[in-house]
Design a protein around this ligand. Structure first.
Ligand code: ZN
Ligand code: ZN
Length: 137
């Protein structure tokens, strides 16, 4: 099973030889910047089976946990593509907006609901975590 995706302009493409380990909807403050007000949907893949073609720019920051995060995006069109924590180099989180087939991602939980605005539309069927959940794997 190969999962593929790309940024809006196509300068960055990615491919995974495996389905995501887990997909989560996130309403944290950072995601609301990236999601234009809404939350983001992020699929976690094993980096061992993941390949990126093209050049990304990196916005690096320190999370509340103290971990250094890298959020990578296309320098040509600005599409946010990836998020990685230095402490977990075996995992890469991919913005589901970049999937060629978004139906290959199946969100199983909504996280950071404490940060969502009152008008947020949150799937009533999914479990909710108020803040940061434990690591994906
Ligand atoms: Zn692009
Ligand atoms: Zn988030």
């Amino acid at each position: 099973m190969t999962v593929t995706g790309r940024c809006l302009c196509g300068a960055v493409r990615w491919e995974s030889l495996e389905l995501p380990i887990v997909t989560r909807v996130c309403w944290c403050r950072e995601c609301r910047y990236l999601g234009a007000g809404s939350g983001t949907v992020n699929a976690c893949f094993r980096t061992a089976a993941f390949k990126v073609v093209g050049t990304t720019l990196d916005f690096s920051s320190i999370a509340d946990s103290g971990n250094r995060m890298h959020r990578r995006f296309c320098g040509d069109c600005g599409t946010p593509l990836f998020s990685e924590a230095e402490v977990r180099p075996h995992l890469i989180f991919v913005r589901v907006g970049t999937f060629d087939d978004p139906n290959l991602a199946n969100p199983v939980v909504t996280i950071w609901t404490s940060s969502a605005p009152r008008w947020a539309s949150i799937d009533a069927e999914l479990p909710r975590v108020e803040m940061q959940p434990p690591p994906a794997a």
